[in-house]
Design a protein around this ligand. Structure first.
Ligand SMILES: O=C(CO)COP(=O)(O)O
Length: 243
């Protein structure tokens, strides 16, 4: 069985002070068994060091939201994998649709970032998903298959998480129907060589829909944006009802 991983993606939200305040409320309300349910917070770079100290000994792991493919060099504004692992980061989100849309991320650079993350022992969370126009044109499957084909070239599937995030469902409140998310995730799994890869759903996950999403057999977790910013709402999500 793939491991269940519920991750919060804070995007560009929360100063350090706000992050610490979040933890004070969030950590005591966790009601999970870490062996069966992994919880992650993927936070802005400036929050990582402080959260690493505050999460030490807790049941929550830390993730970054991007990583460069070189270990060091003249790459102004970038952060490398050794810089992340040194401060206790274990996961990194790669190829989020917002990076693809606003910052020129391509499947090729996604692949380079995945390789660098794995080379340093980070677990990458590869984000894939179709736009509304692609869905309407019936191109959901071909688009995702092409993202996977290029993104996963030469990638070790024993240290990998995939997040299916339909772009039209991100931040819109327009959640993909859970059976449809299950169908697409099943298609994604059919493209993989390792059946144990955790595949998450992301896109308007909230405390009201998490139980139903997690009841789907192919869905192994969630990547949560807006609803991970409030401690009470993210706690309800990670404490979802189910196995
Ligand atoms: O992009 C997302 C997580 O990476 C999803 O964002 P929302 O949960 O705000 O829709």
């Amino acid at each position: 069985m793939p491991r269940t991983i519920i991750a919060g993606n804070w995007k560009m939200y929360k100063t350090q002070a706000e992050a610490v305040e979040f933890l004070h409320e969030f950590l005591p309300s966790l009601d999970i068994t870490p062996e069966t349910r992994q919880v992650l917070l993927c936070v802005p770079f400036t929050d990582l060091l402080c959260l690493s100290k505050n999460l030490h000994g807790s049941r929550v792991q830390l993730g970054a939201q991007n990583v460069h493919w070189q270990d060091q060099g003249a790459f102004t504004g970038e952060i490398s994998a050794p810089m992340l692992t040194e401060i206790g980061v274990r996961y990194v989100v790669i190829g989020h649709s917002e990076r693809r849309q606003y910052f020129g991320e391509t499947d090729t650079t996604v692949n380079q970032r995945l390789k660098a993350a794995q080379a340093h022992g980070l677990t990458p969370i590869l984000c894939v998903g179709e736009s509304k126009a692609q869905r309407d044109a019936g191109e959901t499957e071909t688009h995702i298959m092409s993202q996977l084909e290029i993104g996963l070239q030469g990638i070790d599937q024993t240290n990998l998480v995939i997040a299916y995030e339909p772009i039209w469902a991100i931040g819109t409140g327009d959640t993909c129907a859970d059976t449809e998310a299950n169908r697409v995730i099943s298609m994604i799994r059919s493209q993989l060589t390792n059946p144990e890869v955790t595949i998450q759903y992301g896109g308007s996950v909230n405390p009201q829909n998490i139980d139903q999403i997690m009841a789907q057999p192919e869905i192994n977790g969630a990547l949560v944006g807006g609803a991970s910013l409030q401690a009470s709402s993210f706690a309800r999500i990670v404490n979802y009802e189910g196995a």
